[in-house]
Every structure is written in C-alpha cells, then in structure tokens.
Design a protein around this ligand. Structure first.
Ligand code: FAD
Length: 555
C-alpha cells in the first residue's frame, strides 16, 4: 500500500506517523511545498514575542528525523499542483529545480490547511503588511521588528490577540482594529469586556466597529486608512481569518461546501473513496448545533489525521464532531470556551438557559485568589450542556477543560453539581467554580431560583422594583439607576417598605446575596422576585455604558 500525504504539518504528519505505527510495510510519502514539516504553528507568535527564545524549538521534526525514526519519505519544497483521481496520481513541482513529476498513490490524504485571508484592498501588497501562517511568515515579521516602533493589528481573533501581546512584549506601540463590535467573536460580547480592560491596562489602543479600508505608502511606512482616521505605522499584521486551502480538491472534482471546505464522512473520506482530507481544509459537524462548520484548530486537525490513518489501516475509528474548545492568553488574563455561544444558539434558533457565576479560582482565604467569570449555557428542557465560556487570571483552562469533557459526554447542568474535582486551598474550592455553575443552573431548572438578566433592564415592567441588597460601600461606588437599596441583613425587618406582591428584581455583586434575598421574598409574599444573573459584575459587562455613568448612581 502506498499512501501519499499532501501537507506535512499538523494533520498530515499525525496521519503519516500513525500510519507507520499501524503498518510497517506501507510506503508513505509526504509532500510539503514549504521548507519545514512538523513545525509548531501555534508557537510562532510566542517566538516573535520573545518568550520562546530558540527558533529551532519550533521545528519538532525534520525530513531526516522522520526518515530515521519512522521510515517516511518526506519531501520539502515539493508542491502538489494537481490530483488525478482517475489514474491515482498527483503532479508534483519541485521548487528548486522547477521539475514536474507524477507520483502514484493507492490512498491520498490532503492536509493542505488554510490560507490567511487577504482582502483585495488598495495597497494590500505593501511589504510591511504581513500575515502569520508559517515559519517563513514569522521570519519575515521578525526581520521587520528590529526598527518598528508601532504596529497595527487588523483582526481581534486568536492570532490577532496573540500578535498584539507579542508586539507589546517587544515594546512596540499597538493599535488593534476590529470590524465587529467586539473582539474574539467565539465568545459572547459581555465575556470580552474584561479582555478589553486588560488590553487598555497594557496600553493597547482598541478600535472596535472599525475597518481598514485601504493602505498607502509613506516613505516606506504604511498608512492605514480607517475612514475617519489614518494611522501611519511601521508594521501591519493582518489577522482577519482564514479560508480552507482546498484548490487541489476543487480542481480534482471532490465535493466541497459553499465555503470551499472539503466534505468528508466520519472516517475523513472525501467524495472519492481513495482520497481523505483532514484539518483546516475540511467541513465538520458542530457538536452542539449539528450544523456543518469549519473550525481551524490544531487539536481537531491532529485527531483527524490519526482517524484517516486508522481508516486506511482498516480500523473503525470515526470523527464525530468539533465543539470548538479554544483558549487565548491576553496579557494577565485567559479566555477560553467550548461548545456554542449564546449568539450562535440564537442564530441557530436553539432554546437555551444561561447562568453566570464569578467564584474564586481557589479558596478565598488562600493568598492570590482571583475571580473566574464563568458563563454556562444549557438546554431549558433536559439541562444538557450547550456551551461554556470563562475569563480570568488563573484557573480558566482547568474549568473549560472540565466543561469541555462534560459537554462532550452529554452531561447536564445538574450533573455539574455532582462532579468531584481536585481540591486543596491553593488549587480550588470545596465547591468548585464548575460546581457553582451547576448549583445555580440546577436551582434554575428546579424552580428554586428565578433569574433576571441585565439585558432585560431597559424593558422592565413599570411596577418593577430593582432591589439593591449590597452594603453601603458597594452602593456608594455605583448602583443600577433608580434602584431601591435595602442591604440584605436588614431585608427581613424592612419588607414593609416594598410594594406588596410587586415584581422585585434583586441584585448584588455576583448573584449570591440577591439569591438569598429572593428566597426570603418568594416566601414572604413576593412570588415574582428574581435575582440578577451574575449580579453587578455581569450587568456592567452587558451594559457598559450604564456601568460607566457614575452620575447614574442613586443616593
Ligand atoms: P497546517 O498545519 O497549516 O499544514 C498545512 C500544510 O500544507 C502547510 O505546511 C502547507 O505548506 C502545506 N500545503 C498546502 N498546499 C500544499 C500543496 N499543494 N502541496 C504541498 N504542500 C501543501 N490552533 C490551536 O488549536 N491552538 C493554537 O494556539 C493555535 N495557534 C495558532 C497560531 C498560528 C500563528 C497559526 C497560523 C495557527 C494556529 N492554530 C492554533 C491553528 C493550527 O495551527 C491549525 O489548525 C493546524 O495547523 C491545521 O492543521 P492542517 O494540517 O490542516 O494545516
């Protein structure tokens, strides 16, 4: 059996090495158009930022080490320019000699990745406008960093934010330009508010709802046209997304989606039974919505490579779906997510319930405890988990990984109440952040707590009482406009001040004290009492303009 693999990085090399482990006799040829195989794309921003000091650390294998260790024929500088399914051949162009040759295959695996999107804007070909996909891209950017004082990063997704951080580590002044009204659109908008504050703390200028309309040259520097402003800068990093690199598949007549992603079955087999495709170039099924999606992440690419190898070796493993578990560091904060966002569920017309909690990452009495802002979405009928997002300075990765497993296992919000997670004061709490989300969500499903949400605030009924149960210091700092203030310890004695039976919308800092207030009220003649989900912390993230207006604080 001869297997030819196009693309020698995440998916391709996983497939190649797994194939060798499964079949010692197979002839395995990897064709890679660049000079490097098996390199750490995910590490590129961190080398540019100076945290990964050794460039060689990014190159995990070489053609020689792959030949020596795995007996794989790896040819760099060899681009596949055509696939002929009828004759089971690929046409290869050797970059250095310009020679073209054909290579036959019994099975072909395409792991051609994605290409950085470069919108056809005026001046886009300026030599100081760069994207980051591979080591040559990284070297090109590194060469420009020496004399750069300022940079504009266009696009506030994973790679854009990683590059913002890298450039600031290098002491370069950075402006981040994002077309949407939020950064990181894989998070819901309110969850990105702490990230914006962190960018501000690190002197990054962020321009939301702003598009780069074109570029021009100014004596070797780049002028970025933002419509109402022109920025002159030393370097532009374009990180506005990627598209599946599927031109070979398209030309070979393989089935592709509207968005140009290669369509595969659960064994990563394309519409041609002898051709497989994996990684950033393929369409997968969304774990939560069941919709076809393209999710360019390293974990799925590596696992798909392995599954294609298994299928070729006659093993029945299958790839079911991608849930989009991801994580990004933004200076001192981490943001991570798994499953669907509220925005995605709303777009898909899928009903959901949501809870917000802000517990400490570890026991509050142990030094260094910091809040984790956690949002969990679940099915309103059966409680099944639909998605989770977390932001904080510590412990975010652990919570999202727990929730990613729970979601994949089909667990419910109530199941989270019963998870037994590792605990000692430096690491967690006896009631972990994940348990806390379970308690709130479980209470909600069982009707033990009624929640109201910050986005309802502008439209509350006219007879509603917004009840602040916080203490005097908190009240003096800021309050929801026109709220009534009765601190929780005084509530039982002052119930007579509230209009009998009126809908009471209680709130506190994070939702716990107002839950206690709601329990008192619900049992004392106010059946419509509700507690603000996530409290003041979530309210301020959802309605930042109200939060910023200190004048609105009532006496
Ligand atoms: P790739 O790994 O990109 O490999 C495709 C290879 O195919 C390329 O080397 C290309 O040269 C080659 N190729 C294409 N066409 C041809 C052809 N015709 N002939 C020969 N060779 C060809 N994901 C995460 O989950 N976490 C992260 O932190 C993360 N960080 C990232 C940071 C950066 C800067 C980048 C660029 C990506 C990052 N990713 C991250 C995404 C992750 O790297 C990709 O999802 C993953 O590499 C996809 O694997 P792949 O095999 O599909 O494509």
């Amino acid at each position: 059996m001869k297997i030819v693999i196009v693309g020698g990085v995440a998916g391709g090399m996983s497939a190649a090495t797994r194939l060798r482990r499964m079949d010692e006799q197979a002839e395995i040829v990897v064709l890679e158009r660049d000079d490097y195989v098996s390199f750490a794309n995910c590490g590129l921003p961190y080398h540019l930022g100076g945290e990964i000091t050794r460039r060689e650390a990014l190159v995990l294998q070489t053609p020689k080490s792959l030949r020596d260790q795995f007996g794989i024929d790896v040819r760099t500088g060899n681009e596949v320019v055509a696939v002929h399914p009828g004759t089971h051949e690929v046409v290869v162009r050797e970059r250095d000699s310009g020679r073209e040759y054909t290579e036959s295959y019994d099975r072909l695996i395409l792991s051609t990745g994605a290409a950085a999107i470069r919108p056809p804007l005026p001046g886009i070909d300026h030599p100081r406008i760069r994207s980051l996909r591979n080591i040559p891209d990284m070297d090109g950017i590194a060469a420009l960093l020496g004399d750069a004082q300022s940079a504009v990063v266009v696009g506030g997704g994973y790679i854009g934010l990683e590059m913002v951080e890298a450039l600031r580590h290098r002491g370069i002044a950075v402006t981040l330009v994002e077309a949407a009204d939020q950064i990181m659109t894989v998070l819901d908008r309110e969850m990105t508010v702490p990230l914006l504050a962190e960018l501000d703390r690190n002197d990054v200028r962020v321009l939301l709802s702003t598009t780069a309309k074109g570029f021009a040259d100014d004596d070797g520097r780049v002028v970025v046209d933002l419509g109402d402003e022109r920025l002159t800068t030393d370097l532009v990093i374009l990180a506005v997304g990627v598209r599946p690199e599927s031109s070979l598949a398209v030309a070979a007549g393989l089935a592709v989606s509207d968005r140009g992603a290669v369509i595969v079955d659960e064994h990563m087999r394309t519409s041609d039974p002898d051709i497989f495709a994996v990684g950033d170039s393929v369409q997968v099924t969304d774990t939560v919505t069941g919709n076809p999606v393209v999710v360019p992440l390293a974990g799925p690419a590596n696992r798909q490579g392995r599954i294609a190898a298994d299928a070729i070796s006659g093993r029945p493993s299958s790839y079911t779906s991608t849930q989009g578990t991801g994580i990004v560091r933004v200076f001192g904060l981490t943001a991570a997510m798994t499953g669907a966002t509220e925005a995605a569920l709303t777009r898909a017309g899928r009903p959901f319930q949501k809870v917000y909690v802000h517990p400490n990452d570890h026991a509050g009495y142990f030094p260094g405890a910091v809040s984790i802002h956690l949002k969990v979405l679940f099915d309103p009928q059966d409680g099944r988990l639909l998605g989770a997002q977390a932001v904080g300075a510590d412990g975010v990765d652990k919570r999202i990984d727990v929730l990613a497993v729970a979601l994949r296992a089909g667990m419910t919000i109530e199941d989270l109440e019963h998870l037994e997670l590792a605990y000692a004061p430096p690491f967690g709490s006896a009631k972990d952040a994940v348990n806390m989300a379970g308690f709130v969500g479980g209470n909600l499903l069982r009707g033990d707590v009624a929640l109201w949400y910050a986005e309802q605030w502008p439209d509350l009924p006219s007879d509603a009482v917004v009840l602040d149960v916080r203490n005097a210091d908190e009240r003096n700092r800021w309050a929801i406009p026109d709220s009534t203030w009765i601190p929780l310890p005084e509530l039982r004695d002052r119930l007579g001040e509230l209009p009998p039976g009126a809908p009471i919308y209680a709130y506190c800092r994070s939702g716990f004290r107002s839950y206690l207030a709601q329990r008192i009220l619900a049992q004392s003649g106010w059946p419509e009492a509700a507690t603000l989900a996530g409290g003041e912390l979530t309210f301020q993230a959802v309605l930042p303009a109200v939060a910023a207006d200190r004048e609105l604080a009532s006496a």
